[in-house]
Ligand binder design. Sequence first.
Ligand code: NAP
Length: 315
Amino acid sequence: MRTFPKLNQAMFRKRYALRTLHLISIWSGNMKAGMIGLGAMGAGMARNLASADYLTAVYNRTASTAQSLAEGLGVTAYATPQALAAEVDVVLICVSADQDVLDVVNAVAATVKSGSIVVDMSTVSSETARKAAEILAEKQAAFLDAPVSGGVEGANKGTLAMMIGGDADTLEKVRPVLTAMASSITHMGPTGAGQNTKAVNQIMAAGINQAVTEALAFGQAHGLPMEKVIEVISGGAAGNWFLEHRGPTMTRGAFAPGFKLALHHKDLKICQAMAGQIGASTTLVDKTLADYQQLMAAGFGDEDISALYRLKNKV
Ligand code: NAP
């Protein structure tokens, strides 16, 4: 049996006791959560975490955003991700793109407590998720990739759908916290599986956008009564959420977001790169990226993705 010198045994016991206390505080539901990234999605997530009594800390790159939200919620705004990570059990991240997530994770890793859980809800590549998990594993902190769907409305209402990659036991520990933000939380597999699933969602959304905009523009060009067209088709096999919710607005030439076209463009670039690594088909992704590029160049990047209708409706 392995023996320890006396001093080391005492140090070992102290360290073990501290770690156990930390884990008990996590498992018993007294988890302290910190939110990094308070943009369109993160602000709503933070409010819901505060309502459920988990949020104690926030950080935002533009400090004034964090300060005003922290004042309203009665939590602490930290000046750096490092300062926040040192104070909480669960670090939640929702920032823009791959490099932003890695920058934040590297900063968090500098001070994160051993046994903590870091959950990234940004939409990035599965490769970024695996890099983040590796960085944090060196500090004995767990990582889950947890991209979401449901948009700003879902973030505000706490009804997001979350697709999770990473260790299943870690998810169960942190599930109560995530439940404050999401109405559906599904474990998809190992690290990266959440982001892979989100990519499936984004590719499908591109196809649905292409199908609905092209079909409705065809109907409009034939002079059909579009409200009736949308109603009758919504009740049949081709019916879908996008047709029902965006069909009426796009055929009236209204494209308020919703889901911003420029964000979907960013996500499809990730999908294109991920597909390239495994040799998967990218026909839909390539076409939609080219169309979005054209719309963004014309100044429509901040509109809803249904602005694709602008390219289809030539009459
Ligand atoms: P957003 O409104 O543009 O907010 C982005 C946030 O990230 C801001 O708080 C920004 O800080 C912060 N940030 C960006 N780069 C950073 C960096 N290097 N270091 C620290 N903070 C940084 O975007 P969002 O709509 O909330 O989207 C956030 C993520 O959720 C994205 O990955 C997006 O694809 C995903 N998502 C969005 C939606 C949606 O409908 N909007 C739906 C599902 C998923 P500043 O305030 O300083 O700029």
